[in-house]
Design a protein around this ligand. Structure first.
Ligand code: CP
Length: 317
């Protein structure tokens, strides 16, 4: 199978390509469990991490994935760079590219920034979150976590809860889950559901108890106060009362529910703190799987061999 050079989003990515990334991530998860969790797969490759927005999980797991694959890495933050003197994104990356780099991982507040880069540089571009558009590696690690926890994706009922409008995680999850045959719903106050929801061909709930009755999995999204105009919710307390997911709210459904959250969490707002730390929660499994998924994406997008088990085995012998 031909793997595309960039990962800009999950919209339009085939089931075959997503399956290959997930299978590759499982192979790398085995590598990560070894006493020396490192392979020389990307030795000689140089990867630049361009983070124009803050990040803990995505930035660290991309960096760790690169180290585990033996790549050379450069870390860029806008505040310490010539961007603060007015240099454009295109000039920044073309200058970095002139130093002979192979891949760029970019997080940017502007939707479409990775697509712009992909049109203007020769390196592979990986989207680590662009504005309110997509966060494809987050959705891939969510798919991997669900596959491990539930044993399947096809037919699984996954409800994304909360601030759908401002969520790039929601968009990438919707595209990825639908492609893999899961049933998808969104639930939130009408002010936080985008107009495009009607085009997505998914269930829409405005009452959280209806979503809980329907779902096998709740992926609870962060209330993105930094991206919201004022007036979309009456108050945090009211949002927590009507949309905060708590154990008491789950109890009437009388079923095992898988609880996900991409992080960072507003504990006590969209998710009850005890629920986040409960047995139903796979939130830290999501973070663990983030490293293996990002190793898989970097490997495949750098033109990696697809006979994975053999390749990884050969490289470590
Ligand atoms: N889930 C996620 O993207 O977290 P960070 O913002 O910490 O990278």
């Amino acid at each position: 199978m031909i793997i595309s050079k960039h990962l800009l989003g999950l919209e339009g990515v085939s089931r075959k390509e997503i399956s290959l990334i997930l299978k590759t991530a499982q192979s790398f998860k085995e590598v990560l469990a070894r006493p020396i969790p490192k392979v020389p797969t990307l030795r000689g490759k140089t990867i630049v991490n361009l983070f124009f927005e803050s990040s803990t999980r995505t930035r660290f797991s991309f960096e760790l994935a690169q180290k585990r694959l033996s790549a050379d890495t450069l870390n860029f933050t806008a505040s310490g760079s010539s961007v603060s003197k007015g240099e454009t994104l295109k000039d920044t990356v073309r200058n970095i590219e002139a130093m002979k780099i192979d891949m760029v991982v970019i997080r940017h507040s502007a939707a479409g920034a990775p697509h712009f880069l992909a049109r203007n540089v020769n390196a592979s571009v990986i989207n680590a979150g662009d504005g309110e558009h997509e966060h494809p590696t987050q959705a891939l690690l969510d798919l991997m976590t669900l596959q491990e926890k539930c044993g399947k994706l096809r037919g699984l009922k996954v409800a994304l809860i909360g601030d759908i409008t401002h969520s790039r995680v929601a968009r990438s999850n919707i595209y990825g889950l639908k492609t893999m045959g899961a049933e998808v719903a969104v639930c939130g106050p009408a002010t936080l559901l985008p107009r495009e929801v009607e085009q997505w061909d998914i269930e829409v709930f405005t009452k959280i108890d209806d979503a809980i009755r329907w779902a096998d999995v709740l992926n609870i999204l962060r209330l993105q106060l930094e991206r919201q105009q004022s007036g979309l919710i009456p108050s945090l307390r009211e949002y927590a009362t009507h949309y905060g997911v708590t154990r008491a709210r789950l109890a009437p459904a009388k079923k095992e529910m898988v609880i996900m959250h991409p992080g960072p969490m507003n504990r006590g707002v969209e998710i009850e703190s005890d629920l986040a730390d409960s047995e139903s929660s796979v939130i830290l499994d999501q973070v663990t799987n983030g490293v293996a998924v990002r190793m898989a994406v970097l490997y495949l997008k750098s033109g990696g061999e697809q006979e994975l088990d053999n390749a990884i085995e050969a490289e470590t012998n």
